[in-house]
Write a protein that binds this ligand. Structure first.
Ligand code: GLY
Length: 257
Protein backbone atom coordinates (compact mmCIF):
# COMPACT_ATOMS: atom_id res chain seq x y z
CA UNK A 1 0.00 0.00 0.00
CA UNK A 2 2.78 2.33 -1.01
CA UNK A 3 1.63 5.30 -3.04
CA UNK A 4 3.86 7.97 -4.53
CA UNK A 5 1.41 9.78 -6.83
CA UNK A 6 -2.20 10.88 -6.86
CA UNK A 7 -4.53 12.81 -9.15
CA UNK A 8 -7.41 14.88 -7.80
CA UNK A 9 -9.78 17.35 -9.43
CA UNK A 10 -11.25 20.45 -7.84
CA UNK A 11 -15.04 20.62 -7.50
CA UNK A 12 -16.62 23.14 -9.85
CA UNK A 13 -19.53 25.55 -9.42
CA UNK A 14 -21.71 22.81 -10.93
CA UNK A 15 -20.80 20.33 -8.16
CA UNK A 16 -24.12 20.77 -6.28
CA UNK A 17 -25.95 19.66 -9.43
CA UNK A 18 -24.33 16.24 -9.63
CA UNK A 19 -25.97 12.88 -9.00
CA UNK A 20 -27.00 12.02 -5.48
CA UNK A 21 -29.32 9.78 -3.52
CA UNK A 22 -28.30 11.23 -0.14
CA UNK A 23 -31.05 13.38 1.30
CA UNK A 24 -28.54 15.61 3.09
CA UNK A 25 -29.11 18.88 1.25
CA UNK A 26 -27.01 20.77 -1.27
CA UNK A 27 -23.27 20.94 -0.64
CA UNK A 28 -21.70 24.24 0.33
CA UNK A 29 -19.17 24.92 -2.42
CA UNK A 30 -16.79 26.99 -0.33
CA UNK A 31 -16.69 24.31 2.36
CA UNK A 32 -16.27 21.61 -0.32
CA UNK A 33 -13.22 23.48 -1.63
CA UNK A 34 -11.77 23.80 1.87
CA UNK A 35 -12.29 20.07 2.46
CA UNK A 36 -10.72 19.28 -0.92
CA UNK A 37 -7.66 21.40 -0.12
CA UNK A 38 -7.30 19.59 3.21
CA UNK A 39 -7.64 16.20 1.47
CA UNK A 40 -4.82 17.08 -0.93
CA UNK A 41 -2.70 18.43 1.94
CA UNK A 42 -3.21 15.17 3.87
CA UNK A 43 -2.06 13.13 0.87
CA UNK A 44 1.04 15.30 0.59
CA UNK A 45 1.69 14.88 4.32
CA UNK A 46 1.51 11.12 3.80
CA UNK A 47 4.24 11.31 1.17
CA UNK A 48 2.22 11.49 -2.04
CA UNK A 49 2.84 13.89 -4.92
CA UNK A 50 -0.58 15.28 -5.85
CA UNK A 51 -1.56 16.53 -9.30
CA UNK A 52 -4.62 18.77 -8.74
CA UNK A 53 -6.65 19.18 -11.92
CA UNK A 54 -8.91 22.18 -12.61
CA UNK A 55 -12.67 21.85 -12.20
CA UNK A 56 -14.72 20.56 -15.13
CA UNK A 57 -17.98 22.49 -15.08
CA UNK A 58 -19.63 20.27 -17.71
CA UNK A 59 -19.31 17.30 -15.37
CA UNK A 60 -20.59 18.09 -11.86
CA UNK A 61 -19.38 14.73 -10.48
CA UNK A 62 -15.89 14.97 -11.96
CA UNK A 63 -14.37 15.71 -8.53
CA UNK A 64 -14.86 11.97 -7.97
CA UNK A 65 -11.89 11.10 -10.18
CA UNK A 66 -11.63 7.56 -8.84
CA UNK A 67 -14.55 6.50 -11.03
CA UNK A 68 -12.95 7.30 -14.38
CA UNK A 69 -9.78 5.21 -14.24
CA UNK A 70 -7.95 2.30 -12.64
CA UNK A 71 -4.27 3.08 -12.21
CA UNK A 72 -1.20 0.99 -11.54
CA UNK A 73 2.43 2.10 -11.85
CA UNK A 74 2.72 0.15 -15.15
CA UNK A 75 -0.60 0.90 -16.79
CA UNK A 76 -3.95 2.63 -16.56
CA UNK A 77 -7.47 1.69 -17.62
CA UNK A 78 -9.93 4.36 -18.66
CA UNK A 79 -13.39 3.32 -17.51
CA UNK A 80 -16.86 3.82 -18.96
CA UNK A 81 -18.90 5.22 -16.06
CA UNK A 82 -22.29 3.62 -15.56
CA UNK A 83 -24.27 6.84 -15.01
CA UNK A 84 -25.19 8.39 -18.37
CA UNK A 85 -24.35 11.99 -17.31
CA UNK A 86 -20.86 10.78 -16.35
CA UNK A 87 -20.17 8.60 -19.41
CA UNK A 88 -18.08 11.19 -21.31
CA UNK A 89 -16.29 12.34 -18.17
CA UNK A 90 -13.72 9.55 -18.53
CA UNK A 91 -12.38 10.89 -21.85
CA UNK A 92 -11.44 14.13 -20.06
CA UNK A 93 -8.95 12.10 -18.02
CA UNK A 94 -7.24 10.52 -21.04
CA UNK A 95 -4.75 13.36 -21.72
CA UNK A 96 -3.87 13.43 -18.03
CA UNK A 97 -3.25 9.67 -17.96
CA UNK A 98 -1.09 10.01 -21.09
CA UNK A 99 1.28 12.24 -19.11
CA UNK A 100 1.85 9.50 -16.54
CA UNK A 101 1.29 6.09 -18.15
CA UNK A 102 2.77 4.45 -21.26
CA UNK A 103 0.10 1.74 -21.50
CA UNK A 104 -3.52 2.83 -21.37
CA UNK A 105 -6.47 0.51 -21.93
CA UNK A 106 -10.12 1.45 -22.27
CA UNK A 107 -13.37 -0.18 -21.22
CA UNK A 108 -15.37 -0.32 -24.45
CA UNK A 109 -18.69 -1.02 -26.15
CA UNK A 110 -21.67 -1.75 -23.92
CA UNK A 111 -19.50 -2.38 -20.91
CA UNK A 112 -19.85 0.02 -17.98
CA UNK A 113 -17.48 0.29 -15.06
CA UNK A 114 -16.97 2.81 -12.25
CA UNK A 115 -13.60 2.86 -10.52
CA UNK A 116 -15.41 3.04 -7.18
CA UNK A 117 -16.36 -0.60 -7.74
CA UNK A 118 -12.76 -1.75 -7.95
CA UNK A 119 -10.89 -2.62 -4.78
CA UNK A 120 -7.27 -3.75 -4.94
CA UNK A 121 -6.20 -6.22 -2.27
CA UNK A 122 -2.47 -6.91 -2.68
CA UNK A 123 -2.23 -8.85 -5.97
CA UNK A 124 -5.95 -9.55 -6.25
CA UNK A 125 -8.62 -7.18 -7.53
CA UNK A 126 -12.13 -7.33 -6.11
CA UNK A 127 -14.55 -6.22 -8.80
CA UNK A 128 -17.99 -5.04 -7.74
CA UNK A 129 -20.98 -5.78 -9.90
CA UNK A 130 -23.33 -2.87 -9.19
CA UNK A 131 -25.95 -0.57 -10.65
CA UNK A 132 -23.00 1.27 -12.27
CA UNK A 133 -20.68 -1.59 -13.23
CA UNK A 134 -22.04 -4.36 -15.45
CA UNK A 135 -20.82 -7.89 -16.10
CA UNK A 136 -19.20 -6.94 -19.39
CA UNK A 137 -17.33 -4.17 -17.57
CA UNK A 138 -15.86 -6.48 -14.95
CA UNK A 139 -15.04 -9.09 -17.62
CA UNK A 140 -13.15 -6.54 -19.73
CA UNK A 141 -11.26 -5.25 -16.71
CA UNK A 142 -10.47 -8.76 -15.44
CA UNK A 143 -8.97 -9.61 -18.85
CA UNK A 144 -6.74 -6.51 -18.75
CA UNK A 145 -5.67 -7.17 -15.15
CA UNK A 146 -4.88 -10.77 -16.07
CA UNK A 147 -2.29 -9.52 -18.59
CA UNK A 148 -0.38 -8.11 -15.62
CA UNK A 149 -0.75 -11.19 -13.41
CA UNK A 150 -3.60 -9.93 -11.25
CA UNK A 151 -6.39 -12.29 -10.28
CA UNK A 152 -9.96 -10.96 -10.04
CA UNK A 153 -12.77 -11.82 -7.64
CA UNK A 154 -16.34 -10.78 -8.43
CA UNK A 155 -18.52 -9.36 -5.65
CA UNK A 156 -22.17 -8.73 -6.50
CA UNK A 157 -23.39 -5.74 -4.50
CA UNK A 158 -26.62 -5.28 -6.46
CA UNK A 159 -28.75 -6.73 -3.64
CA UNK A 160 -27.59 -3.82 -1.44
CA UNK A 161 -29.65 -1.08 -3.04
CA UNK A 162 -28.33 1.75 -0.88
CA UNK A 163 -24.67 0.93 -1.59
CA UNK A 164 -23.44 2.86 -4.63
CA UNK A 165 -20.05 1.24 -5.16
CA UNK A 166 -18.10 -1.72 -3.80
CA UNK A 167 -15.72 0.68 -2.06
CA UNK A 168 -18.67 2.39 -0.37
CA UNK A 169 -18.75 -0.82 1.67
CA UNK A 170 -15.41 -2.64 1.37
CA UNK A 171 -11.93 -1.18 1.73
CA UNK A 172 -8.55 -2.81 2.15
CA UNK A 173 -6.35 -1.34 4.86
CA UNK A 174 -3.32 -3.50 4.06
CA UNK A 175 -1.89 -6.05 6.50
CA UNK A 176 -4.55 -8.56 5.43
CA UNK A 177 -7.22 -6.36 7.01
CA UNK A 178 -10.54 -5.40 5.44
CA UNK A 179 -12.80 -2.62 6.66
CA UNK A 180 -16.35 -3.79 5.97
CA UNK A 181 -19.95 -2.70 5.98
CA UNK A 182 -21.71 -5.28 8.20
CA UNK A 183 -24.01 -6.28 5.33
CA UNK A 184 -21.04 -7.66 3.36
CA UNK A 185 -18.91 -8.85 6.26
CA UNK A 186 -20.12 -12.44 6.17
CA UNK A 187 -19.27 -13.08 2.53
CA UNK A 188 -16.98 -16.10 2.04
CA UNK A 189 -14.66 -13.92 -0.04
CA UNK A 190 -13.64 -12.03 3.12
CA UNK A 191 -13.54 -14.99 5.52
CA UNK A 192 -9.72 -15.26 5.54
CA UNK A 193 -9.10 -11.59 6.36
CA UNK A 194 -8.87 -9.73 9.63
CA UNK A 195 -12.27 -8.07 9.44
CA UNK A 196 -12.97 -4.66 10.93
CA UNK A 197 -16.74 -4.33 10.74
CA UNK A 198 -18.20 -0.86 11.04
CA UNK A 199 -21.57 -0.56 12.79
CA UNK A 200 -24.51 -0.18 10.39
CA UNK A 201 -25.23 3.34 11.65
CA UNK A 202 -21.69 4.27 10.56
CA UNK A 203 -21.83 2.40 7.24
CA UNK A 204 -20.61 5.51 5.38
CA UNK A 205 -17.30 5.24 7.24
CA UNK A 206 -16.50 1.86 5.67
CA UNK A 207 -14.95 4.11 3.03
CA UNK A 208 -11.67 4.85 4.82
CA UNK A 209 -8.48 5.20 2.81
CA UNK A 210 -5.09 3.67 3.61
CA UNK A 211 -2.28 5.79 2.24
CA UNK A 212 1.27 4.75 3.11
CA UNK A 213 1.58 4.93 6.93
CA UNK A 214 -1.80 6.54 7.55
CA UNK A 215 -5.50 5.81 7.25
CA UNK A 216 -7.83 8.67 6.37
CA UNK A 217 -11.06 8.33 8.33
CA UNK A 218 -14.13 10.51 7.72
CA UNK A 219 -14.91 12.88 10.59
CA UNK A 220 -18.07 12.14 12.57
CA UNK A 221 -17.88 8.35 12.93
CA UNK A 222 -16.38 7.72 16.39
CA UNK A 223 -16.90 3.96 16.49
CA UNK A 224 -15.09 3.49 13.19
CA UNK A 225 -12.29 5.78 14.34
CA UNK A 226 -11.89 3.62 17.44
CA UNK A 227 -11.97 0.44 15.34
CA UNK A 228 -9.23 1.69 13.04
CA UNK A 229 -7.10 3.12 15.86
CA UNK A 230 -7.42 0.00 18.02
CA UNK A 231 -6.26 -2.08 15.05
CA UNK A 232 -2.97 -0.16 15.25
CA UNK A 233 -3.38 2.29 12.37
CA UNK A 234 -2.43 5.96 12.44
CA UNK A 235 -5.81 7.53 11.72
CA UNK A 236 -6.11 10.99 10.17
CA UNK A 237 -9.56 12.50 10.52
CA UNK A 238 -10.93 14.46 7.60
CA UNK A 239 -14.32 16.09 7.25
CA UNK A 240 -15.85 15.20 3.87
CA UNK A 241 -19.40 16.21 4.76
CA UNK A 242 -19.95 18.10 1.47
CA UNK A 243 -18.90 15.08 -0.61
CA UNK A 244 -21.11 12.75 1.40
CA UNK A 245 -24.04 14.94 0.32
CA UNK A 246 -23.20 13.92 -3.25
CA UNK A 247 -22.75 10.19 -2.51
CA UNK A 248 -18.97 10.51 -2.45
CA UNK A 249 -16.35 9.49 0.05
CA UNK A 250 -12.63 9.60 0.75
CA UNK A 251 -11.51 7.09 -1.86
CA UNK A 252 -13.63 8.69 -4.63
CA UNK A 253 -11.61 11.91 -4.46
CA UNK A 254 -8.33 10.58 -5.89
CA UNK A 255 -6.58 8.20 -8.23
CA UNK A 256 -3.54 6.75 -6.51
CA UNK A 257 -0.51 4.74 -7.56
N1 GLY B 1 -22.26 11.58 -7.20
C1 GLY B 1 -21.36 10.55 -7.50
C2 GLY B 1 -21.93 9.58 -8.44
O1 GLY B 1 -23.13 9.39 -8.44
O2 GLY B 1 -21.24 8.98 -9.21
Amino acid sequence: MNFTHAITRKPGNSFPYGITTAALGKPDLELALTQHNQYCADLVQLGVQVDVLPALELFPDSVFVEDVAIVEPDFAVLTSPGAIPRRDEAQEMLPVLELHFKRIYQIEGNATLDGGDICKVDDVYYLGLSARTNLEGVQQLAAILNLFGYRSVLIDIRPLESVLHLKSAVNYLGDHTMLLDPRLAKLDEFADFNRLIVPLEEAYAANCLRINDGVLVPFGFPQTLELVTNAGYDAMLLDVSEYRKMDGGLSCLSLRW
